[in-house]
Design a binder for this molecule. Structure first.
Ligand code: SF4
Ligand code: SF4
Length: 279
């Protein structure tokens, strides 16, 4: 079984508890206006447009497919920053065995793995197999997900997943649709079910400056989850929107002030979250 892997970070302290290896898959089912890594949204269609722009000759069109030479690549970003399809040629179709080899090289310095993206749940079958193998090594398993697929209701997936860090981008249907291109029905069902199953590790909301829907999202997320938070350890991470790496209209959006963030934090501090963090 293979999955498109954008990149792997061998050691991270910010993608779940402890030191973890993080696997970033290529491809996403959302198209968020504020996406900081828009080149991870789609799979490359091998149009070849980026090939001549590579200053290192790391890209080549062979039999209608763009091949990437990792050894020559200096990560200048020219190919993916200019891709008109929100894709990148720098993706490896990897097997579970190949990813496990990499993980074994990181033992005993890591305590777990986190799958991210793009949207990791699009690689559901791969993740089930990967998590099974990781658990044989005693590693913890976390998903970092937009919740657009019904992951919490997938028994087999939940059996091998220790926890999920879930985005709640908007609780208002129209706002979520406008922001991501997708409905939030499944996201909110996932949030409740994951909390009920004690699989919810963290929720995250990107806060937009002076946007009433951001405020409403934080308040509603707190209210929706409050009944399930007793004796649990769920972090609510409030993330300041930053206009870095974004496209289109989001390039002109303002960053919220620390005062706005603190005010939102105060609205949910008594809901029962383990921590409410501003980042
Ligand atoms: S990021 Fe790598 S492959 Fe892409 S243009 Fe730069 S050197 Fe070439
Ligand atoms: S990365 Fe984008 S520009 Fe380059 S070949 Fe793929 S689709 Fe075309």
């Amino acid at each position: 079984m293979k999955a498109p892997v954008n990149h792997i970070i061998d050691s991270s302290f910010i993608d779940g508890p402890g030191n973890r290896t993080v696997i970033f898959f290529q491809g996403c089912n959302f198209n968020c206006k504020y996406c900081h890594n828009p080149e991870t949204i789609n799979l490359c269609i091998h149009c070849g447009q980026c090939v001549p722009g590579c200053p290192e000759g790391a890209l080549e069109l062979v039999d209608g497919k763009v091949e990437w030479d990792e050894k020559k690549c200096v990560d200048c970003g020219a190919c993916y920053k200019n891709c008109p399809y929100s894709a990148t040629p720098r993706v490896k179709e990897s097997t579970v065995e190949e990813v496990m080899e990499r993980l074994k090289g990181n033992m005993p310095f890591i305590r777990g793995i986190t799958v991210s993206g793009g949207e990791c749940s699009l690689q559901r079958d791969f993740i089930v197999e990967l998590f099974r193998e990781a658990k044989k090594l005693g590693l913890g398993t976390l998903m970092d997900s937009n919740g657009g697929l019904p992951i919490a209701f997938d028994k087999e997936l939940m059996e091998v997943t220790d926890g999920v860090m879930l985005d709640i981008k908007g609780t208002d249907k129209g706002f979520h649709l406008e922001l991501t291109g997708r409905s939030n029905d499944i996201v909110l069902n996932n949030a409740v079910e994951l909390a009920r199953l004690r699989k919810l590790t963290e929720i995250r909301t990107v806060v937009l400056s002076d946007n009433p829907c951001s405020r409403q999202t934080v308040v509603n997320a707190g209210n929706i989850l409050e009944p399930f938070l007793k004796d649990s350890k769920v972090t609510y991470r409030l993330i300041k929107f930053r206009p870095i790496g974004v496209r289109g209209e989001a390039e002109h959006w303002m960053m919220p002030s620390q005062g706005q963030m603190e005010e939102l934090k105060s609205l949910v501090e008594d809901k029962g979250f383990d921590k409410v963090i501003i980042t």
